[in-house]
Ligand binder design. Structure first.
Ligand SMILES: *Cc1c(COP(=O)(O)O)cnc(C)c1O
Length: 398
C-alpha cells in the first residue's frame, strides 16, 4: 500500500482518475511528465527544500504540549506539528512553492488558482510575487464578502481576484471557473490546485509537496522519543495537511491515523462538510471519491464554521484509506471546534486556525482509548489570526 499508488492511470483502488474534458488531457500529461522528471532530479528537490527552508520557515517545530496533554489524560504525550509557523500562516505554502517550481519548468507565464477562504489564494499570490508570474485567483462572490481581508492581501501581493457569481458563489464554483479558464489557456497557464483533490496527477504531486510535514515530524519524534507515534490526527478539508502528515507513516502499520472532518451544525442536520463520514461515491472536479450529493447526484453545499473545511469533496487517497481502513475518519461540530480553539489558546498560548481546532477538539473524544505513555501527533495546520473576527462575533452574541 502507499508508495506504489496511485497507479499509472491515477487510481487509488477505485478512487481518483482523470474525469476531464479532452482539451485538458495533454496538459495533465505535460504536468505528469514534468513532475515525474522533477522528483528524480536532485536539483529540483534541492531548490524545493532550499525554498522551504529559506523562505517558508521550515523545518517547523514539533512542539510537546504539556498542559494540553495533561488536560486530555495524564501520562499521554501530545505533540503539535507547527505548520501555523509557516510563512503565510499555514501548510498551504509547501504546495504552492512546489507547484510554482513545476510551472517554471514547464515555461508557464501565468498562474490561476481557486480559493475558498482565501488561504490558498494568498499562498499562491505569495509565490507568484516571489517568482514574478502573473496570478489570477478565482473566488466566489459570497467568499469575497466573508473574507475581504484576504482579498486585500492577494491584491497587495499583485494578484487579480476574479469574482465568481455562479452557483452557491463559493469554493466549488470557483473550482469550476478555474477549470474553465484552464481549458482555454492551457498553453500559457498552470492551474495551481490547492489540495490533494482534482484529476491525476494533482493528488500525487500535492501529496509529494506536503509530505514534508510527516517526514519532518517522523524524524523529530524519533530524536525526542526514539519511537513512532501511536496516533496521527489531522483535520480534513480537501485532505492535504492530513495526507502530508499521514503518508510518510503509511507503511508503519501500528500508527493509527485519524482524519477529522467538519460536522458543521451536526451530521443529522445535513448541514456539514463530512464527505468521508457521510458522503457517497461520486465524481467531483475530475476525480472519483466521496462527495456530498443529493438524490440526483447534484453536489450539495457544504457547511462548516471553518472556511478551509467547507468543501463537498475530498481527495481520492483518503477515500482509499477509508475503504481499506488504513485511516479512520470522524467529524466534530462547529461548537466542538470552538471548544478546541479555546482549549489550545488557553492551555498552550497557541491560537489555532478553526480548521485544526477540529483536530484538537477530537482529542477529548479519543481520550477514552488513550493509554498511559501513548504519543499523539496533531497537525496544527494553520494559525488563528484569520479567524479572530469570526470568534469575536460569536463571543459578542453570547
Ligand atoms: C485550507 C486549510 C485546511 C484544509 O485543507 P486540507 O487540504 O484538508 O489540508 C486546513 N487547515 C488550514 C489552516 C487551511 O488553511
Amino acid at each position: 500500500m502507499g508508495t506504489s499508488l496511485p497507479n499509472a492511470r491515477g487510481y487509488f483502488g477505485d478512487f481518483g482518475g482523470k474525469f476531464v474534458p479532452e482539451t485538458l488531457f495533454d496538459c495533465l500529461k505535460e504536468l505528469e511528465d514534468t513532475f515525474g522528471k522533477s522528483v528524480k532530479d536532485p536539483s529540483f528537490n534541492r531548490e524545493f527544500t532550499q525554498c522551504l527552508n529559506t523562505y517558508a520557515g521550515r523545518p517547523t517545530p514539533l512542539y510537546f504540549a504539556p498542559r494540553l496533554s495533561k488536560e486530555i489524560k495524564p501520562g499521554v504525550r501530545i505533540y503539535l506539528k507547527r505548520e501555523d509557523l509557516c510563512h503565510t500562516g499555514a501548510h498551504k505554502i509547501n504546495n504552492t512553492i512546489g507547484q510554482i517550481l513545476l510551472a517554471l519548468r514547464m515555461g508557464k507565464k501565468r498562474i490561476i488558482a481557486e480559493t475558498g477562504a482565501g488561504q490558498h489564494g494568498v499562498a499562491t499570490a505569495t509565490v507568484c510575487a516571489k517568482f514574478g508570474l502573473r496570478c489570477d485567483i478565482y473566488m466566489g462572490q459570497e467568499d469575497i464578502h466573508r473574507q475581504s481581508l484576504n482579498v486585500f492581501r492577494m491584491e497587495l501581493l499583485g494578484a487579480r481576484v476574479i469574482p465568481v457569481t455562479s452557483g452557491s458563489q463559493t469554493l466549488k464554483d470557483a473550482c469550476n471557473e478555474a477549470i474553465r479558464d484552464w481549458v482555454t489557456n492551457v498553453k500559457t497557464t498552470h492551474y495551481l490546485l490547492g489540495s490533494v483533490v482534482g484529476p491525476h496527477p494533482y493528488p500525487l504531486l500535492v501529496r509529494y509537496f506536503q509530505s514534508v510535514i510527516g517526514k519532518e515530524a517522523k524524524k523529530q519524534l524519533r530524536s525526542r522519543e526514539e519511537r513512532l507515534p501511536h496516533y496521527l490526527i489531522a483535520c480534513v478539508g480537501g485532505g492535504s495537511n492530513s495526507i502530508g502528515l499521514f503518508h510518510p507513516f503509511v507503511h508503519d502499520k501500528k500508527v493509527n491515523m485519524i482524519g477529522v472532518e467538519a460536522a458543521g451544525y451536526g451530521l443529522s442536520t445535513g448541514r456539514h462538510a463530512a464527505s468521508l463520514v457521510c458522503g457517497e461515491v461520486g465524481v467531483l472536479h475530475g476525480a472519483r471519491s466521496y462527495v456530498l450529493q443529493d438524490a440526483d447526484g447534484q453536489i450539495k453545499t457544504a457547511h462548516s464554521i471553518s472556511a478551509g473545511l467547507d468543501y463537498p469533496g475530498v481527495g481520492p487517497e483518503h477515500a482509499y484509506y477509508k475503504k481499506t481502513r488504513r485511516a479512520h475518519y470522524v467529524a466534530v461540530t462547529d461548537t466542538e471546534a470552538l471548544r478546541g480553539f479555546r482549549m489550545l489558546s488557553e492551555l498552550e498560548g497557541i491560537i489555532p486556525a478553526l480548521e485544526p481546532a477540529h483536530a484538537i477538539a477530537y482529542l477529548p473524544k479519543l481520550a477514552k482509548k488513550l493509554r498511559k505513555g501513548n504519543i499523539c501527533i496533531v497537525c496544527l495546520s494553520g494559525r488563528g489570526d484569520k479567524d479572530i473576527t469570526i470568534i469575536r462575533g460569536i463571543s459578542q452574541k453570547k
